[in-house]
Design a protein. Structure first.
Lengths: 381, 598, 372
């Protein structure tokens, strides 16, 4: 008994040893793709798309943080590969690299607007199937070429891909951008009663990517854009809790107030009447005053009530404009109203689920808004 | 009855194994009334047994081990014949001393036999030789009176003359009459002085041992900040007294068993009679008695022979140099085995849980103790798995590192030619070498070696591009972690097990690490220490015992002894519920027992 | 030397029974469980998961009642008393083959997860063999060691998914859980699917004679099923609340995907799926260990072979071959679903069947004396 057990315990490590290590790939033996961008191929080049990949050069980013010697040359290299589809470009890119390509650290994918308008179904299917890819990476749409973003060299950050990544991370955390990572993006597309959005990146100059609103999708195709203001309205309507936007409220007498939203909630009330769906959206914003015209006093309850009332009107006005755009122009339910319908009116949902976009376009929306001013800052007047 | 009174007189406390088993049922526990002999002349074992009660086991062992003595039989009445026989037994050994003289009052030839260097010379001169050699007329007068001046039964000697000598001429507290050569030989070897007198076929054994001993000092291997400073030393007598001084309970039993055909080492099985599980004590007693070996030089010999699983790297028996730790374990219902000649005693049974516990845990207040224990547990896991987890991350699961860090680590590793497993093995191995080297070197050089080794090797190998700087940090943390584990033997076990886990990490990443850990858990679950499951109280779960594991609850909450040990008296603090917060009802106190003051 | 102290041999405490139940039930099945349920029941999946625990719970009560009529015997021993012996042989053989198959399939399913997600280049044969060898090493020990290992791993079964469930609250949307019931047929199918999740507890009835406190058998077994239900509910509810009913059907292992979309705030390490899978090795190990142990014990007891240990090694190649049987991951899931549904009948139905037979044929000790 004892002896047999001994033999077994001896055999186990032996098997381990002899088995070898098929998957051992040291961290420095990988070509870490930090970001990917997809552009449409120009006509006549015999390809469907050009994928640009930003790859970290090992050793250029010092371990010691700031104390390390400033790296000579670039910390990353970006190079473009034309091809028929995603896997095809990956294969070709691999042939040009000395190390196995790893997508484990890919932080975002940038699609050019033109590419996104053609549809992302195939490319995202590829992305979804690769287990290395992180579900928490960002999907972004670039005005202009995606490769420009990947080749830019922001001066604020050593690794360009991380600049964009941190920018989006921070915006999401602060409530300046909806939290739509790859997994959420795919989920929203899969939902029958919902369409998705993605942040737009615009290049300022050659080396400075910046956030510039949202791209609106219907199914896998990009159908339009929202300005940053519209984006905030969309976030208000969806009730993204953490708020960051500020807007100006015009007051009588040429005065104005600037208020900042720090918390948003939205409630959906659905009802249907003879096949026509009515959706009441109650938006409630918690705000604080950022700036007041000198004539006004922040201690005056009348003034504050006035700001609240007019602010609410402003919110409703913007919301109605956005809803009109979404319903008539894009027919994209980026508010997820359809999901509420599915959840609360299953019978009605069965009649519209197959073509929700059209039903969404016909839905009557009533937006109500409440604005509450909770603080007026440190100044008293 | 005679024996009991003899015990009364001669200390009696170190109960021989024979006595212990005999008197278990009717024992009215008088054996402790007389304290142990004062320290300078520790009391020998033999006196307690009395003349006829030699254990059969010992005589068997002796008949096997020393054939001369076996045929020796009883003493004759002739001094010269006796001396001749003894000289034959001891041969020409240089340290045996025969001191012939004449008993002044009787004009009889006599001789003292003892081992030079093991006896206290001045005491022999003063308390044995001087009174015996002085002429004293009174002796003869009284010698004619046949009656015993002392209450009957108190005397040791049966020979009336010897009785007189005992009563009037030998100024010593504890004596024994000897009639067999085997006894005399044993006594002499144990450092007693034997008095032979012509015309008498019995001898007196006088305990006047005096040999160099280390004084009781703080144990270097188990240092602590707060707590008693006394540690065991090499003498079993002193060690027994250390236990007794902390545990003044008549139920503390110390059974002496002699182990080792040639070393004849005294081994004391100590337990609290009405606490420890008798089955447990019996099992340990049988195991120790079953040992047949020529010598026991350290408790490690004993440990290796009586442990349950010989092929496990994990120590199933704890050892300690600290008397307080031993007593704490006795109070929990465990058995402590002292071995003569070593400061390390064994604690049985021991479970895995004990290896991250230190005596200080109970001396510090419970919040502090719990936190410190938490740190130790973390370092235990560190020392076991940290390197392998790092290897798994670096060479298999790079996606788990934050991107910026991953890119930087890749940079740090860029020049290293080996896979990280090899790197880890190299560093761990050099760490072990350093540790071993620092341990063996003289104390003055040890720290130098470790500093030089750690700094120079670490720094230089990073510079040379053999290892990445992060690996140095990781390995250093692992090593430090293993030093934070209080039990040295457990720390070594963890260090051994660490290597296969690193190997598993290098072949299969986290999957391999987990498989190795599973194998380890199965192994640990299969271990037992003297019948107690090694992973107790977690598996099998004893909710009451979990109070003293990862957390160390306040003393007033720990009212029970470990349930895993199945003690006879499970309660430590019978009235604890009404005395919430009364920390003075301490673990050492046993206050609830109503023990009379002494 | 003194390996068997005798006094607690073959005794399993109620807590250990609970741990064995949880350890056997929770395994690789949790990873695909939400998808399989949502495919059948849609947004009613959490309800289906909840109700799906009822059949195994009732079946456990039935098993315990049968067990009380044969207090010293395991099902493998009393089956011949309840059923006409030739039929009992067929029945027992079927049972053994079934347990053999689910052991193999569990190993394979996990092998597929490992291969797909963390060790893409390591041959699946190797990762499967390693798991099997580890399980064999484990099964060779006696019942006490077996039970203790489950006790040690119990927190590892419960903690990760509880943590993941809590952390995924950030991404959860309540509307995905609505409506609670879509269609009744789908719900019924979902319940059947959910009760498949409990078949790995075949070892349960075999432990009944070894309990220290047989009276608590029902209670501790139900605790085990309840805790497993908790884990299943967490997996289903959290996956559904994060992915919604549509996306959930598109991911092969939703629970695993859930881990991928979870970050622990303030934790250095980012993508926890490898770590999760690492920990989940233990869960799979205990499941495989449970069925494997049930298998060898059944064979040993039914054919009166005495020691079960000699059977462990010869069975490895057979289990290995079964594990390598399904050609692709999709055929694997077809096979798993098929045998799972059979298992509901064989493992859980047999409990009721035996109870019925023992009442009708008046077999076993003191019928009717057992308390309800």
């Amino acid at each position: 008994m004892q002896r047999r057990r001994r033999v077994t315990t001896l055999l186990l490590p032996l098997v381990l040893l002899l088995a070898g290590c098929w998957d051992r790939r040291e961290i420095d033996e990988r070509s870490n793709v930090l970001a990917t961008g997809a552009d449409l191929c120009e006509k006549g080049q015999g390809c469907n798309l050009i994928v640009t990949r930003q790859i970290a050069i090992p050793g250029r980013i010092p371990l010691g943080g700031a104390t390390g010697a400033p790296a000579k040359g670039e910390s990353v290299v970006a190079f473009s590969t034309p091809g028929k589809n995603g896997p095809d470009t990956a294969r070709k890119a691999q042939a040009e690299l000395n190390r196995t390509v790893s997508f484990a650290h890919t932080r975002f994918i940038a699609f050019s607007e033109a590419f996104a308008r053609q549809g992302l179904r195939e490319y995202l299917d590829y992305v979804r199937r690769v287990p290395e890819v992180r579900r928490l990476m960002w999907i972004t749409i670039t005005e202009g070429k995606a490769s420009d973003v990947l080749r830019s060299k922001p001066s604020l950050e050593l690794v360009p891909a991380l600049y964009v990544n941190d920018m989006i991370d921070d915006a999401v955390k602060a409530g300046r951008l909806p939290d739509i990572y790859l997994g959420e993006f795919l989920t929203r597309i899969s939902n029958k009663g919902e369409d998705t959005v993605a942040p737009i990146i615009r290049m300022i100059g050659l080396d400075h990517p910046a956030l510039a609103g949202l791209a609106v999708f219907r199914d896998f195709k990009m159908v339009g854009k929202l300005t940053p203001d519209e984006m905030f309205t969309q976030m208000q309507l969806r009730g993204h809790r953490k708020g960051a936007e500020s807007f100006e409220v015009a007051l009588p007498g040429g005065n104005s107030a600037n208020i900042r939203v720090y918390e948003r909630t939205a409630r959906y009330r659905l009802s249907q009447n003879q096949g026509r769906l009515t959706c009441r959206i109650q938006v409630r914003l918690e705000t604080e005053v950022l700036q007041l015209s000198p004539e006004l006093s922040g201690e005056d309850p009348k003034v504050l009530a006035d700001i609240e009332r007019r602010g609410a009107e402003e919110v409703v006005k913007r919301a109605n404009a956005l809803m009109k755009k979404l319903q008539q122009e894009y027919q994209a339910d980026i508010l997820g109203v359809g999901e509420h319908v599915r959840g609360t009116m299953p019978k009605y949902w069965k009649t519209v689920s197959e073509d929700w976009s059209k039903a969404f376009a016909k839905t009557q929306f009533q937006v109500e808004a409440e604005v509450h001013i909770r603080r007026t800052g440190l100044g008293t007047e | 009855m005679l024996e009991i009174i003899k015990e009364l007189l001669f200390g009696g406390e170190p109960v021989t194994e024979q006595h212990g088993s005999k008197s278990q049922t009717p024992d009215p526990a008088p054996s402790h009334v007389v304290e142990l002999a004062p320290l300078p002349t520790p009391l020998p074992m033999e006196t307690t047994t009395g003349t006829p009660s030699r254990s059969s086991l010992q005589s068997e062992a002796e008949s096997g081990g020393r054939p001369h003595v076996a045929q020796g039989g009883g003493l004759s009445q002739s001094l010269s014949a006796n001396l001749k026989a003894l000289k034959q037994i001891f041969g020409t050994s240089a340290d045996i001393t025969y001191r012939p003289f004449v008993v002044g009052g009787l004009q009889l030839g006599a001789a003292l036999i003892y081992l030079d260097g093991m006896v206290d010379g001045p005491s022999i001169n003063e308390f044995v030789l001087r009174p015996l050699m002085q002429r004293d007329q009174q002796l003869l007068a009284i010698s004619q009176v046949q009656t015993d001046p002392l209450p009957s039964g108190v005397a040791v000697a049966t020979n009336p003359l010897l009785l007189q000598i005992q009563h009037m001429l030998v100024f010593n507290g504890a004596l024994a009459e000897r009639t067999l050569f085997t006894q005399i030989v044993d006594d002499v070897l144990a450092g007693l002085t034997v008095l032979l007198i012509d015309t008498m076929d019995s001898a007196l054994a006088i305990p006047l041992q005096g040999y160099e001993e280390r004084s009781v000092s703080e144990p270097p291997t188990e240092a602590l900040v707060r707590g008693p400073r006394d540690g065991f030393i090499e003498s079993i007598r002193i060690n027994m007294s250390l236990l007794r001084r902390k545990l003044k309970d008549p139920n503390l039993r110390m059974e002496i068993v002699r182990v080792g055909r040639r070393t004849n080492t005294e081994v004391a099985i100590c337990f609290i009679q009405d606490v420890a599980n008798p089955k447990l004590v019996n099992e340990i007693r049988t195991r120790i008695k079953g040992i047949d070996i020529d010598g026991i030089l350290e408790s490690g010999y004993l440990e290796q022979i009586i442990e349950d699983h010989h092929f496990s790297p994990f120590p199933q028996i704890q050892n300690t140099e600290r008397a307080d730790r031993a007593v704490a374990n006795l109070l929990e219902g465990r058995v402590v085995v002292l071995v003569d000649g070593t400061p390390f005693c064994l604690i049985l049974p021991s479970v895995f849980n004990q290896f991250y516990q230190a005596p200080e845990d109970y001396y510090e207040r419970f919040l502090i103790a719990t936190m410190i224990r938490g740190i130790r547990i973390i370092s235990l896991f560190f020392s076991l798995t940290f390197t392998s987890l790092y290897v798994a991350l670096i060479s298999f699961h790079a996606e788990m590192l934050p991107t910026k860090f991953a890119v930087a680590v890749a940079g740090g590793r860029a020049g290293v030619p080996f896979p990280s497993v090899a790197e880890a093995f190299f560093m761990e191995l050099s760490m072990e070498i350093l540790r071993e080297a620092a341990l063996r070197l003289p104390k003055a050089i040890g720290p130098t070696v470790s500093i030089v080794g750690a700094l120079v090797i670490g720094e230089a190998s990073v510079r040379a591009g053999i290892v990445s700087p992060l690996m140095v940090i990781v390995v250093a943390l692992t090593s430090i972690g293993s030093f934070a584990v209080p039990s040295y033997s457990a720390a070594i076990a963890l260090r051994i097990v660490k290597f296969p886990i690193i190997l598993a990490a290098g072949t299969f990443g986290l999957y391999g690490v987990m498989l190795a850990v599973i194998g380890l858990v199965v192994h640990l679950a299969s271990l037992k220490s003297v019948g107690v499951p090694y992973l107790a109280p977690f598996a099998p779960m004893k909710p009451e015992d979990v109070k003293d594991t990862i957390f160390r609850l306040p003393l007033w909450a720990m009212t029970k002894r470990p349930a895993t040990l199945r003690t006879q008296d499970a309660t430590r603090q019978p009235h604890a519920a009404s005395l919430l917060g009364a920390e003075n009802l301490g673990i050492e106190g046993e206050s609830g027992h109503g023990q009379p003051e002494r | 030397m003194g390996n068997q102290s005798g006094e607690e041999h073959g005794s399993i405490t109620p807590y250990q029974l609970t741990a064995i139940a949880v350890g056997s039930i929770i395994g690789v099945g949790v990873l695909a469980f939400p998808r399989l349920l949502v495919e059948q029941a849609g947004t009613a999946a959490p309800l289906a998961a909840l109700l799906g625990a009822i059949p195994p719970a009732l079946s456990w009560v039935a098993w315990v009642k049968v067990g009380r009529k044969f207090p010293q015997q395991t099902p493998a021993e009393y089956v011949t008393k309840l059923i006409w012996p030739p039929l009992a042989w067929v029945y027992a053989l079927l049972g053994m083959i079934f347990v053999l198959i689910i052991t193999g399939l569990t190993v394979r399913e996990f092998g597929a997860v490992v291969k797909t997600s963390v060790l893409p280049n390591t041959p699946i044969e190797v990762s499967i063999s390693l798991l099997l060898l580890a399980a064999a090493y484990f099964v060779r020990y006696d019942l006490q060691v077996f039970a203790r290992v489950y006790e040690v791993f119990l927190p590892l079964m419960l903690a990760p998914l509880t943590l993941i469930g809590l952390l995924s609250l950030k991404n959860a949307r309540l509307v995905y859980l609505m409506p609670v019931i879509t269609d009744w047929l789908g719900l019924l199918k979902g319940i059947a699917m959910a009760s498949v999740g409990y078949i790995a507890f075949v070892i349960g009835p075999f432990l009944l004679p070894s309990l220290t406190r047989p009276k608590e058998a029902v209670k501790s077994g139900l605790w085990g099923i309840g805790l497993s239900l908790f884990v299943y509910m967490l997996a289903v509810t959290a996956s559904l609340a994060v992915f919604g009913p549509e996306e959930l059907k598109h991911v092969i292992w939703p629970t695993f995907e859930l881990v991928k979309t979870t970050t622990v705030p303030g934790f250095i390490l980012e993508r926890l799926e490898s770590a999760f899978l690492g920990i989940w090795v233990a869960a799979v190990f205990t499941t495989v260990g449970g069925t494997y142990y049930a298998l060898v014990v059944t064979i040993a007891q039914f054919f009166k072979l005495g020691d079960h240990k000699t059977l462990v090694l010869p069975l490895i190649p057979i289990i290995y071959m079964i594990a390598m049987g399904p050609a692709s991951i999709h055929s694997l899931y077809r096979v798993v679903t098929f045998f799972g549904l059979i298992g509901v009948g064989l493992v859980q139905g047999t409990g009721f069947l035996f109870l019925l037979l023992s009442v009708i044929r008046k077999k076993g000790a003191q019928p009717g004396a057992t308390k309800a």
